[in-house]
Design a protein around this ligand. Structure first.
Ligand code: F6P
Length: 344
């Protein structure tokens, strides 16, 4: 019988509780015990958490957020001192291994700790879907569903008022949510970080569309999208039009520019953290359950340093260090090519 630790780190997302439930249930079957650390790596550093049991992990499958709480604490920020604190906690509690549920930040720390000999396995989660080494991370499909529903609603009001609706979705570095939700909701234009946009071209496209049978448009913008950098801009007004600033709220820049350049009445909606809240969709519940069971099986078999991966339709284990080596997982641009067919 062994004791395992569990933590959730980084931004929360729907499906985290379903992973915790699956990890614990799978291990309880074999008589193992589980300790849940609060607030990601912070809980391990300061030794804060509680025992996870059958009772307190019941009813978690549809529940949003994370019962353990989360934080973006980097255990390596203070160098070896942080690592020593962490090891001390694991030793004190007799923890034989950790299940680390996180996105690129949390798993990056897990990779370093694994290199230093901390026994752990990883489960990828993030609504952004930008963890490399897996097709899908827990939370992504729920965020896509929430965004798709919201854009469907914006569609009918756009049509009634003959307006351009600019909708911003999360995605600091990648356009996965924007592209999936934009395709699923029939967006007329999708702006993603992987492909800097030219606002003049965006407006030319909208003018062409509005010259036809349509007098409304939906433009989906990933929060990390940015405009192309003009070769040389001397006119201050033009500098404004070709803003290159990627930031939360980029949709306000895009909306303002569209209204100024086309004269079409434009409204901006930022979906933001709504995409991270509430119940996971069925796909995420299944993915979380499969990841959780696989993570406990890897841990109990001593296969440390592995990340659970969903590839094709199979759950497999990949080497955490190798999986994270490419950095962020960028949008598959062949998918964007398909989305573009419908920009008309
Ligand atoms: O990484 C997931 C994510 O939801 C990003 O899409 C977003 O930019 C960021 O987290 C927001 O983080 P926070 O909740 O800390 O503001």
């Amino acid at each position: 019988m062994a004791t395992y630790g569990v933590l959730t780190g980084g931004g929360d997302c729907p499906g985290l509780n379903a992973v915790i439930r699956a990890v614990v249930r799978r291990g309880l079957h074999d008589g193992h015990r589980f300790f849940g650390f609060n607030s990601g790596w912070l809980g391990v550093r300061i030794d804060k958490g509680y025992e996870l049991t059958h009772e307190n992990t019941s009813g978690l499958l549809p529940r949003g957020g994370t019962i353990l709480g989360t934080s973006r604490t980097d255990p390596l920020a203070d160098g070896e001192a942080g690592v020593d604190e962490l090891r001390a906690t694991l030793e004190r509690r007799g923890i034989d291994g950790l299940v680390v549920i996180g996105g690129n930040g949390t798993l990056g720390a897990a990779r370093e700790l694994s290199r230093r000999g901390v026994p752990l396995v990883a489960v990828p989660k993030t609504i952004d879907n930008d963890v490399p080494g897996t097709d899908f991370s827990v939370g992504f499909h729920t965020a896509v569903k929430i965004a798709t529903d919201a854009i469907d609603r914006l569609h009918t009001t756009a049509e009634s008022h003959n307006r351009v609706m600019v909708v911003e979705v999360m995605g600091r570095h990648t356009g996965w949510i924007a592209t999936f939700a934009g395709m699923a909701s029939g967006a007329d234009m999708i702006l993603v970080p992987e492909q800097p946009y030219d606002i003049q071209k965006v407006c030319a496209h909208l003018r062409r569309r509005h010259a036809g049978p349509h007098s409304f448009s939906i433009v989906v913008v990933a929060e990390g999208a940015s405009g192309i950098r003009p070769a040389r801009v001397t006119n201050p007004e033009e500098r404004h039009e070709l803003s290159t600033r990627p930031a939360e709220g980029v949709a306000f820049d895009v909306g303002k520019q569209i209204e100024e350049l086309t004269g079409y009445e434009t409204r901006v909606t930022i979906l933001g953290h709504v995409l991270r809240g509430g119940k996971p969709v069925a796909f995420d519940r299944l993915l979380a359950t499969r990841y959780g069971v696989a993570a406990t099986e890897a841990l109990t078999a001593g296969r440390f340093g592995k990340m659970m991966s969903f590839t094709g339709d199979a759950i497999c284990e990949v080497d955490l260090a190798e999986a994270l080596a490419p950095g962020k997982k960028e949008l598959d641009l062949s998918l964007y090519d398909v989305a573009e067919v419908f920009f008309e």
